[in-house]
Design a binder for this molecule. Sequence first.
Ligand code: CTP
Ligand code: CA
Length: 224
Amino acid sequence: EKDILEQLPLRGKRVLITAGPTYEAIDPVRFIGNHSSGKMGFEIAKAASKLGAQVILVTGPTHQKLADNFVTVKPVVSAEDMYTEVHKHFNTSDIAILSAAVADYRPKNVATQKIKKKETTFTIELEKTKDILKSLGEIKKDQFLVGFALETNNELEHAKGKLKSKNLDLIVLNSLQDKGAGFGVSTNKVTFITSSNSIIENELKSKTEVAEDLMQLILKQTHA
Ligand code: CTP
Ligand code: CA
């Protein structure tokens, strides 16, 4: 039988995870969001916790539930909130896994009152949000930094580009090409790409299995 400590290779390690969508306010009653369910990030939090890690899960609005004493959930709403919360914890983290579907743009001006309908067309000016993952890549010391990439074309090339430009140790390429992969479903078809350019393709799997495979690969890469 395995020693209890061997079964908990991440004991004493801190793992920071982002999950879910972000909501970017238009006015007091409306927002720009996306279809991310948060499931992938929550499964990663569970998998890391099962290996003994202390987990901080920063999540946008989701319906996911988690009853786990070793996971601290920090709910946020917007990309800006998520950026601030993530930076509170990154310095003390050993591993950071950013799976959230962060909005790339937000309304430049947020109306203080509900916007009334007037003309037949209506334009909202958007501005870029901060790239949370990239900002961590710029300040990371010993942290093992993992990102996700959602691509529909030239997938490998785009994912490798993100791995490099965001200074990551590992990227999880999420294919939307296959039916049953991606948003709102409980399965995912992913490819892992390491900074040393190992490419590990996977079959269509449950998000629970993808999370467990990902944590095993991180263990290998960090020699934990
Ligand atoms: N990400 C982030 N902050 C943002 C945008 C993205 O932390 N403002 C993270 C995501 O959590 C993911 C990775 O960056 O881990 C890649 O996200 P993705 O949307 O695939 O790529 P982008 O860099 O936003 O580029 P694009 O959407 O143009 O492909
Ligand atoms: Ca994006």
